[in-house]
Every structure is written in C-alpha cells, then in structure tokens.
Design a protein around this ligand. Structure first.
Ligand code: UTP
Length: 476
C-alpha cells in the first residue's frame, strides 16, 4: 500500500486521477488489487498513444500508387519449383533434428466472436473424437518430435484472463504426452481501455478496464517473460508462430523452415490465394519495395478488385493466414525496449462495459471506449530478408472465429473431413462426396497417424489391412 501516494500523484499528473475515484471506499483487498493494476500500466506509453491515436488522430496517408503485389514462393501444386521445395524440406528437417525450432501459439485472445466460455484452445473441434484445439496442436507437435527424433518445445502465450485455466487444462490432460518440461506458458501484457477523451475506464471500483495488448504483444511478452532467454539456453533460434484458432495448420513445417533458413529471413510468412476479393484477410504487398501486410479494410477497392490481364486472377491475391517463422534474435530486437524497433499500437473503438462517474455500470450499445493493440505482422517493416511462402488453403487454413456460418466450428469440422477425404482419395480409396468434397459421414484421422498428405500416403501404404472408412471410424 506504500506506493499509493506516488502512484496517485503520477496518475494525477497524467490527468488520470479518476482511476482512484472510489479508492477511499474500498476495502484492503480491493485497494491492493487496484494498486497492482495501476502499477502495471505504463503511463508514459499511454500518454504517447493518446497523443498519437486519440487526441490528435492523424490518418496515415495512403499512397496506393507505390503499392505492388508481394512476390512469393509458389507451392509445388501451383507450378512452384519442386526441387527447391524438396531441398528446403531437407534443410528444415536438419534444423529440426538439431533442435533449433520451437512451436509458439498465441492464445491470449478473448474469443468474443466465438462466445465460448473458457480459453479458446480448450474448444472441442474434431468431428468424431471432439479433440480440443490444444490437443490437435499437441498431437501434431508430438508427431513432428517423433519424426525428427527430438523434443520440440511448445511455448504458449496466454492472457491474465485465461492463464490459470489454460495451465489447469494441460495438467488435467497430462500435457498430451509432450512432457510438462516441454510446455512453457507465459502471459501477455495488458493495456487499459480509455473513453473517447482519453480517460482510463474502470470496469469496477477496484478494477481498471484492462485487455490483452494484441497478438503483436507476443513479441515483447516473449522477451519480458524470459521465454526468449530460455529458448537461447535450449539452442532454439527459430520460432514457429501460429494462432490457436486454426487446427488445419502444420505447426511444424520443414519446407517452410528450410526456405526461412535458405533466405536468411528474420520473419517468414505463409500465404494462400484469396478466395474472393472482399475476403477479410490482410494482403501481402510491397510498399516502396518493402514487404508489408495491408488489412483488407485499408486496401482501396480498385486494388481489391484488380485482376491480372493475362490470367484474370486477383492481382493482390496473397492473403495472410497468420503463420510465421521468427528468428530469435529478431524477436529480441523488436520485443525489446529500443523505441526504434517497437511495434506501433492500433486503435480499436469498442463497446467497453465500465463505470460512469457516479460508479454505476454502463452497458453501451455503441462504441464508448478505445482499446490499444499491436499486430504481429507490423514487425515485417523491421525484418531482414522477409519471405512469403504459398500454402494451400484446403490444407492449412480453416480458422474458428464465429459461433456459426463462415469460419465457425462447423465449417472447420467440414474442412477437416474434406482434407482427410482428399488424402484417402489420393491413396485410391473410393469415398462419395458432395460437389465441395464433403463426405456423407464423419470419421477422423489422428495427427499421430498422419499430419500431411505425404505422411498419410506413406503410412497408409504400410497398412497391411486397410480399415473400412465409415461413420465414426478413427484412425490413429
Ligand atoms: P483474433 O484476432 O481472432 O482475436 O486473434 P480473438 O481475441 O481471439 O477473438 P475475437 O476477435 O475476440 O473474436 C487471433 C489470434 O491471436 C491471439 C488469439 O488468441 C488468436 O490465436 N491473440 C489475439 C492473442 O494471443 N492476444 C491478443 O491480445 C489478441
């Protein structure tokens, strides 16, 4: 409690004295809670953001004439160079065997659109066994660890709101055979929400409206939590970054890793061709020759719709699916305290449940507050030799974002079924499907049996007795 006078003074000086408005009425426990939260906020950083993004908001100038589509390494299925892919795969496999790669999941989000009560990673997603998102990733990491005869460490970023529950879930599930020592959890930072005049909002008399600082916050959280240092001790220099919501992806992809090494890249990214012009994914572009991702909402409509004259395909087609490889030294640079390399914050206007000046709760029906978030892809501007590598949408991209419809659990389960059906058909199994490739019944293939078409074909060919593919079948 001894820091109260100093903190109160600092908040008064910053014009944020309202944070302690109800302090005198609070009991000891509540006072302690508020003081802890108040010390977590970096008032200097907040003041800078208020100046830049709230009080003197200046629209960043858009210079569409300097934009070009970004080059990318095409997938072998799309006329990419198969030999180069095979070579990259060998190089990546070597790095994996040498223990240079860690898996890294950002799982600190609030998952408001899905509306699931609990950490998103604990959401059941597979069509027969109802394995959770975390279990699917765990089994893919385990499969890769066995293949490359190593123990691939898995770092998981949580947030204040879901940290304890996440750890409890892993304990309950005995770390999915990965071994407790190979699973590392750390929390991301939080930022206060402010009202439209830049005043910090309270969500309760003893509590600031704090929320996670965005997936871009993962870079400084890796540094601040000591995780990056731990990676260094383990000999890890490549971090395989992915989101918690996309169970189709390959958390460990040797060819992607190989290209990253070959190009001396500090930040590599996967892309898929956009499904349609208005698809809500960021697009890889070159602005003045520098690689960046432009949010779909920031790309002028003319460019969004522009097609290549020869092929009629979209000119700005390289959609980001939030899968990256980061070099450890690069994370140290952009996640550290050097202001020249810090990621910018973005402003998001949101409905924030908070207290009014009389201390009564307000349930807004339109945005009444501003949150600040960092985006991981903003690190591209600081990276040496960044590359973009194509993957196939049907093999690696089916995020669970919404409770129903597009990008929902249902669409994701269907995409898993389509994937396994394609693998089986390539192996010569006859399965009847609708015109989208969806079979008439649900079955499941464990990542421990196969985690890609290639591994599936190998494993399948070795089966002396091939199972009958029918409703509820599970192949492990
Ligand atoms: P989303 O942008 O989909 O946000 O996160 P969200 O919070 O999960 O969901 P909504 O928008 O509230 O519905 C993409 C990925 O980034 C992680 C999420 O956990 C997810 O894996 N993320 C997002 C964080 O780890 N921290 C954040 O502050 C934000």
């Amino acid at each position: 409690m001894s820091n109260y006078p100093t903190l109160k003074e600092a908040y008064n000086q910053a014009g944020q004295g309202q944070v302690f408005r109800f302090f005198d009425r609070l009991n000891e426990v509540s006072r302690k809670r508020l003081l802890e939260q108040a010390s977590e906020v970096n008032l200097k950083e907040l003041e800078r953001l208020l100046q830049e993004l709230v009080l003197n908001e200046t629209k960043s100038e858009s210079r569409p004439q300097s934009l070009q589509p970004a080059p990318f390494i095409a997938a072998p299925q799309h006329e990419g160079d198969s030999q180069a892919w095979a070579q990259a795969e060998r190089l990546g496999a070597e790095a994996l065997r040498d223990g240079r790669v860690a898996a890294f999941t950002v799982a600190g989000g609030q998952g408001t659109r899905l509306g699931f009560d609990g950490p998103k990673g604990t959401y059941p997603i597979t069509p027969v066994k109802s394995k959770t998102l975390f279990q699917v990733f765990a089994e893919k990491i385990l499969a890769a660890s066995r293949r490359y005869e190593t123990s691939i460490p898995w770092f998981i970023m949580t947030s204040e709101a879901n940290h304890e529950q996440t750890i409890h879930f892993f304990l309950e599930n005995e770390f999915f055979e990965l071994g407790e020592m190979n699973c590392h959890f750390f929390k991301q930072g939080r930022m206060p929400a402010v009202d439209l005049n830049g005043k910090i909002l309270l969500e309760a008399p003893d509590s600031i409206a704090l929320s996670p600082d965005g997936h871009g916050g993962s870079l400084r959280a890796l540094v601040r939590s000591g995780s990056l240092e731990r990676m260094k001790e383990m000999g890890i220099d490549i971090i395989s970054y992915f989101q918690v919501d996309n169970p189709l992806l390959r958390p460990i992809d040797p060819a992607f890793i190989g290209f990253h090494i070959e190009h001396g890249s500090q930040l590599s990214s996967k892309m898929v061709g956009k499904a349609f012009p208005q698809e809500k994914v960021g697009v890889f572009c070159l602005r003045d020759g520098n690689l960046e991702i432009i949010e779909y909402s920031d790309l002028p409509e003319k460019l969004l719709l522009e097609t290549e004259p020869s092929t009629e395909s979209l000119r700005y087609q390289a959609g980001s699916i939030a899968i990256h490889l980061l070099s450890r030294d690069f994370v140290l640079q952009v996640g550290g305290d050097d202001a020249r390399f810090s990621l910018p914050f973005h402003r998001a206007d949101k409905k924030v449940e908070s207290l009014n000046s009389e201390g009564r709760p307000v349930m807004p029906d339109s945005p009444n507050g501003i949150k600040f978030e960092m985006f991981v892809f903003d690190a591209l501007q600081f990276a040496n030799n960044p590359i973009v590598v194509e993957t196939l949408r049907e093999e690696e991209f089916s995020p669970v974002k919404n409770a129903a419809g597009v990008d929902s659990a249902q669409s994701c389960r269907q995409d898993q079924l389509r994937q396994w059906t394609r693998w089986l058909k390539t192996a010569g199994v006859n399965i009847s499907t609708d015109e989208t490739g969806l079979p008439e019944f649900a079955f499941e293939i464990s990542p421990l049996f196969a985690d890609s078409e290639k591994t599936f074909l190998e494993k399948w060919s070795l089966l002396e007795v091939k199972p009958n593919i029918r409703e509820g079948m599970y192949l492990e």
